[in-house]
Design a protein around this ligand. Structure first.
Ligand SMILES: [Zn+2]
Length: 1076
């Protein structure tokens, strides 16, 4: 029987069971415990929790805990980037440049080896869209590359961006493909980095960075038969400390970066430390070391790479000028001028060598979209060839040749080995990162952390969807295999997932997520993101249905996602779910590897409903109003709130029935301030309290927290009920007026000023059984704070949502922040920001320097602490953040900057979209006072870690009004609880370019956490037991498992399913599973 026919038949069946269960249900004896009224009520309803909410006994010996080590003692010779500012001269010299001192080198005692490295920097969208760039330049570069490298057998080329290779590849004959592979085998062509794009390092979230790296690596491995061993990231605007870890885990040994603060480069050069082993903060053995080369001069273009003299370097640039106004600078090498021209270069190379510890010199020859014409290849080759031959034949103690990064690092490491006699690694060790970035003129690239936040946020929504869709499709594929059925939609799903992955990967490019592209390019990204969003939701629906029907009913797909987007530039919207008498099914999916209990909300079309869970138990719910305007309650839309319990990777069904009168619905109280009285519509039973003015402080509370608000509706004090302590806190919205800000640069004219001073907001406070919420409505700003009444970690934070709209003219040249002032005594200006969501790094505000120099990127959290308490602002999207005063945290929400900031974009950014941002504000008190002994390293508490994971990986919600009994009520794939500190970064099927299944990928991460905080509310295990693969994936039948490098290019050993995985803390393990 066809699925559709069965659905029709079933839809006519009477729901007698409903009546029966209604009769059966009895709330039992009322037991009224002490505590918050809502808690008493909830407990009276016998809602039990199967997890222990006991307090943590501070078992600091737990190996996952942060050791109380004195990091400085273990790292006496390590360079900490946080210490570099105090050694640095930030003065600006001539031409608005920071000074880079070259040692005075007269003669050359030792031979200098120079590698000339031809390359082309190709942006995957910036001033033109990716397709425009491909047609106008990239195709020409790549076609010429094959021709010229075959002609000039001693010439080399380095390429980084896989997205362009994949576009080009589809147009090639097999013969050309073969030639490309041969160029790689011969060592003439090197694929460096090999990510889908050269990703931004400030605003990107590490699972996405890994995902696009794996997409690129799998592609180059399959099509080019090569494995990148060097990373090449010369244009991202500042460099994160997480990237070297990811590159190393993916099998890369060396890396090159460029955009490091020019004054910091000078400090490193003075210590002969522009080449160093970049080591992770938590690593004391050097296992994470990757050799990093920083290019010393201001830009990567060839006018800045031969040595310090721009005029001289320009003479060896034979490309077309960028505009008609400019003259070509390349000087043809002739018999007459070769002696002089060679000498010039020789002197520059020598000066450059003087900046480094070793005499191996890297000279990149290239720039944006270079080598796109045959002539440019020829002129560069012939002129350089003449100079090289000439220098090599002089008695100058210099050897010079074309080479790749492989050649450069081989020579460098050989020299280092020779000089250290192989006894020790003599490169300096460095820990930290390179934010913020400044190239010249004391201008800081800290604006782009917050430019075009709408798209930064949208990309994170897609990341959530993609991860959920990947897990579901792996589970579906495995389930069908188990039943011996073909997963009919495999090809379809794989194709859609590939498009989502590639569109999201593209957006990680350093001119995309950064918000620094031209408006028409932004629109192109937007459309690709919207497509990715819709496709990812489609895959979630298909695969969830497949799982719930035991692989039998793929068609038609009757599940719809509860959230949707109408277009590419409006915020996410929610469907109003129609509740039917026969039952509307809600399907929830938990993408986390741990069980979770949390309050969920839903917009429904009626309040006369009942909710049953998959065990047919009636679920009580709170009814909240939906407002059509500040005072009007919607007549046919209501928000309901109820508690969802869902195991790891589980699918759970709740069914909503339309009834004549609801029994288990609890109407909320609605307090309004500064508003006309709100009226109940027909049959509504909201308890309404209207206050014309805010005559007293309003508050919301749950069992953990009581949050108070001032007359503007802003948070101003938080009482922590678990320890009986008031946290002094003030939240405010403020704005910087920009003076020289642009898409990249933040340059405010002075301090931020409050923007809510004179305005009286409309305030609504909703209080009910399961949640309490304040809603503050200003003209261009909607702000709400919610507390959920659940004993899980969800109850321990203030859930903040802002919707900001900067489209109006009055917002021009404004950069709006949310600032939270607390009583945390970080008097030395120290605080912590996350790096790509993988780790926290210590920051120290320099109160004597300008505001923009103290801004840092955040992806998931910013933390303030003193010896007794900690305040964490968890963030669902990337922002610029700072702590400019003791106890203060601020995040920049949006910016509208009219002027260009002279970094190539040629215009400001004023195409703002109404943008939603979500945060959780968490207060924690240490179990015992612990002095903050150094500011380089910190870890979240276990509770903080779980709160953040739940924020980053929201439950996915689907619904259907089509009644059927072919759906299983639930799927609980995991029986064993895995420890709280183990997370599954990704679980997905890999496919070849032809979409053929080629294995499944699993990445696990073990976190380190700070044990000085309570663990109330955790549902997962807090023991230090090691998980096994069969405990992580019990319902998946796996025929073989191999541990590999991060992107599966290099295989390690086979792993037994029952073997405990001893994942060192802060490390990731990557596995290739065969499910076939
Ligand atoms: Zn670029």
């Amino acid at each position: 029987m066809k699925f559709q026919q069965r659905l029709m038949m079933l839809s006519s069946a009477a729901s007698l069971t409903l009546v029966f269960l209604l009769l059966l249900y009895s709330p039992g004896v009322m037991h009224v415990p002490r505590g918050h009224p809502a808690t008493r009520h909830r407990r009276a309803l016998s809602i039990d929790y199967d997890f222990d909410s006991n307090q943590w006994t501070p078992a600091l010996q737990n190996p996952q805990c942060m050791e109380n080590v004195d990091v400085k003692q273990l790292d006496t010779s390590t360079i900490f980037t946080q210490n570099l500012p105090e050694q640095t001269n930030y003065k600006i010299y001539k031409n608005n440049q920071y000074k880079l001192q070259h040692p005075n080198i007269k003669g050359v005692a030792e031979k200098i080896n120079v590698i000339i490295l031809p390359h082309s920097h190709v942006d995957a969208g910036w001033l033109q869209t990716i397709e425009e760039y491909y047609v106008n330049h990239v195709k020409g570069i790549l076609n010429n590359m094959v021709k010229k490298l075959n002609t000039y057998k001693d010439m080399t080329f380095v390429w980084a961006e896989t997205v362009f290779l994949s576009m080009w590849w589809n147009e090639l004959d097999d013969d050309v493909k073969h030639q490309v592979r041969r160029l790689i085998q011969r060592g003439q062509l090197e694929i460096a980095l090999g990510g889908w794009v050269m990703s931004d390092e400030a605003s990107t979230h590490y699972p996405s960075v890994i995902d696009q790296l794996m997409e690129g690596h799998q592609w180059v491995s399959e099509n080019l038969h090569t494995k990148p061993v060097n990373s090449w990231a010369i244009d991202p605007f500042g460099h994160s400390g997480t990237m070297p870890y990811l590159w190393k885990q993916a099998g890369m040994e060396n890396m090159v970066i460029q955009r490091v603060h020019q004054a910091i480069k000078a400090t490193l050069a003075s210590q002969k430390a522009l080449e160093f082993n970049w080591r992770q903060n938590w690593d004391f053995s050097g296992s994470s070391d990757i050799l990093c080369h920083i290019m010393p001069y201001v830009y990567y273009g060839m006018q800045y790479t031969c040595g310090p003299d721009k005029q001289i370097c320009a003479m060896y640039d034979y490309g077309k000028p960028k505009s008609l106004k400019e003259q070509p600078t390349g000087r043809e090498i002739t018999k007459q001028n070769i002696a002089t021209q060679a000498k010039y270069l020789y002197e520059q190379y020598k000066m450059k060598a003087g900046l480094y510890k070793y005499n191996t010199v890297l000279v990149p020859v290239g720039d944006d979209f270079r080598f796109d014409t045959s002539l440019e290849w020829d002129t560069h080759y012939h002129n350089y060839k003449k100079v090289m031959d000439y220098i090599n034949n002089q008695n100058w103690n210099m050897s010079i040749q074309f080479g790749t990064l492989k050649d450069y690092f081989r020579l460098l490491r050989d020299e280092e080995f020779r000089k250290s006699k192989g006894i020790y690694d003599s490169f300096p060790v460095l820990k930290g990162d390179f934010f913020p970035y400044s190239d010249q003129n004391s201008e800081y690239w800290t604006g782009y952390f917050s430019t075009r936040p709408f798209h930064k946020q949208l990309s994170r929504d897609i990341e959530d969807n993609l991860r959920a869709a990947d897990i579901l499709s792996t589970l579906a594929y495995s389930q069908c295999k188990k039943y011996g059925i073909d997963f009919e939609r495999h090809h379809d799903v794989a194709s859609q997932l590939q498009e989502v992955r590639r569109n999201l990967g593209l957006f990680l490019h350093h001119d995309a997520i950064t918000g620094t592209a031209k408006p028409h390019v932004v629109e192109d990204y937007e459309n690709k993101l919207l497509k990715a969003f819709n496709l990812s939701q489609n895959v979630i629906s298909i695969t969830a249905q497949n799982l719930l029907t035991d692989c039998e009913h793929d068609d038609p797909v009757i599940l719809s996602p509860e959230k949707f987007r109408t277009d590419a530039h409006s915020p996410l919207r929610r469907y109003t779910v129609t509740v039917t008498k026969r039952g509307t099914k809600l399907i929830y999916f938990n993408p986390l590897a741990q069980e979770r209990t949390e309050m969920v909300t839903l917009i429904v079309d009626s309040f006369n409903i009942e909710i049953k869970n998959s065990q047919h138990i009636y679920i009580p719910f709170q009814i909240n109003p939906v407002f059509t305007s500040t005072t009007n309650i919607h007549q046919t839309q209501f928000e309901i709130v109820f508690q969802l319990e869902i195991p790891a990777f589980g699918l759970e069904t709740y069914t909503l029935y339309k009834v004549d009168r609801n029994v288990y619905g609890y109407w909320s109280t609605v307090e309004t301030f500064n508003l006309e009285p709100v009226q109940n519509q027909e049959n509504m039973k909201f308890k309404l309290k209207n206050y014309r003015k805010v005559h007293k402080n309003s508050y919301i509370e749950n069992e953990f927290i009581k949050a108070n608000f001032d007359r503007k509706g802003m948070l101003n004090k938080v009482y922590d009920k678990t320890v009986g302590i008031y946290n002094e806190v003030e939240l405010d919205f403020m704005s910087y007026s920009s003076e020289g800000s642009g898409a990249y640069i933040f340059y405010p004219s002075g301090e931020a000023v409050g923007i809510l001073e004179e305005i009286v907001p409309n305030i609504r406070v909703i209080k009910g059984l399961f949640m309490e919420q304040i809603q503050v409505v200003y003209k261009n700003l909607y702000h709400s704070i919610t507390v959920f009444d659940t004993p899980s970690t969800q109850g321990q934070g203030l859930h903040v949502e802002n919707k900001i709209d900067m489209r109006s003219k009055v917002m021009s040249d404004n950069e709006v922040i949310m600032r939270i002032n607390s009583d945390v005594k970080n008097s030395d200006g120290s605080f912590y920001t996350d790096q790509n969501g993988y780790q926290l790094i210590g920051r120290k505000t320099n109160f004597n320097r300008r505001i923009e120099t103290n801004y840092y990127p955040i992806t998931t959290m910013v933390v303030l602490e003193d010896s007794v308490k900690r305040v964490t602002l968890h963030s669902k999207q990337s922002h610029g953040a700072a702590s400019l005063h003791q106890g203060s945290i601020e995040v920049m929400l949006d910016r509208k900057v009219l002027s260009d900031d002279n970094r190539g974009l040629g215009e400001g950014v004023f195409d703002n979209r109404p943008t939603i941002s979500n945060f959780i504000l968490q207060f924690e008190h240490k179990s015992s006072a612990v002095p903050v002994n150094n500011y380089h390293i910190a870890f979240p508490s276990l509770v903080s870690s779980v709160i953040n994971e739940c924020l980053q990986q929201p439950v996915q919600t689907l619904f259907t009004t089509v009644r059927n009994d072919v759906f299983l009520p639930k799927i609980h794939p995991k029986s064993q609880s895995i420890p709280c500190d183990v997370s599954v970064v990704s679980l997905k099927n890999l496919v070849t370019s032809d979409l053929v299944y080629s294995g499944s990928s699993l990445i696990i991460h073990r976190k380190k956490f700070d044990c000085n905080f309570p663990t109330a509310g955790l549902q997962c295990s807090i023991t230090s037991t090691n998980p096994t693969l069969s405990s992580l994936l019990p319902n998946i039948s796996i025929s073989s498992v191999r541990e590999t490098t991060l992107t599966h290019l290099h295989r390690k050993s086979n792993v037994l399913l029952e073997k405990e995985l001893a994942i060192p803390t802060m490390e990731m393990m990557s596995f290739l599973l065969d499910l076939s």
